[in-house]
Design a protein around this ligand. Structure first.
Ligand code: ADP
Length: 185
């Protein structure tokens, strides 16, 4: 069983939560582009200063910056035996860059988490109230969903042979159970 996993799913689907559980179960690092970018912003690094305006508008950060950030991360020793990618690649150009650097086996399994758009908007508005994320107001959420459909969904075709669809509605435990069965199917 391969341990190079990619999660795909719209914002608010619970990718981060499921990715963390899978990381604990597999003992591989969680490589979450959104977390890494927020950390760069918080630390006021050059990357953070460049990325912040795109993030706040719900736009994708330019491919060049994100690709460099992730490639640097995946070269670290702890990623040698696998990783759970969460948020990257987010479009076909990023996926092609990853294939170019690490080859076809950069990803073994693609887990696609699915929930309805209405459920997502509701979940994200709730998260905005709790976490106070600046990219979580309703117009920005709708914009991020639109970007997901146009930019990220085509990845499902790009990785077609590796895709397992997972129903994202239910408790965290129920969904995790489906995630694990998606990996061994
Ligand atoms: P969510 O899962 O809620 O969509 P993330 O935490 O994954 O959010 O990402 C937050 C923001 O960080 C995105 O809206 C985008 O601006 C930026 N970002 C994260 N990953 C990428 C990526 N692979 N390419 C471009 N921008 C990214």
């Amino acid at each position: 069983m391969g341990r190079r996993i990619l999660f795909i799913g719209p914002p608010g689907v619970g990718k981060g939560t499921q990715a963390k559980r899978l990381v604990d179960a597999l003992g591989v690092p969680h490589v979450a582009s959104g977390d890494m970018l927020r950390e760069a912003v918080a630390n006021d690094t050059e990357l953070g200063r460049e990325a912040v305006r795109y993030m706040e508008a719900g736009e994708l950060v330019p491919d060049k910056l994100v690709i460099a950030m992730i490639e640097r991360r995946l070269r670290k020793q702890d990623a040698y035996c696998g990783y759970v990618l969460d948020g990257f690649p987010r479009n076909v150009r990023q996926a092609e860059a990853l294939t170019e650097t690490l080859g076809d086996d950069a990803i073994d399994t693609v887990l696609v988490l699915e929930v309805t758009e209405e459920e997502i908007v509701e979940r994200l508005l709730k998260r905005a109230a709790i976490e106070g994320r600046s990219d979580d107001d309703e117009p920005t959420i709708r914009h991020r969903l639109e970007i997901f459909r146009t930019e990220t969904e085509p990845l499902i075709d790009y990785y077609t042979d590796k895709v397992q669809r997972v129903d994202g509605v239910g408790t965290i435990d129920q969904v995790f159970c489906r995630v694990v069965s998606g990996m061994i199917c």
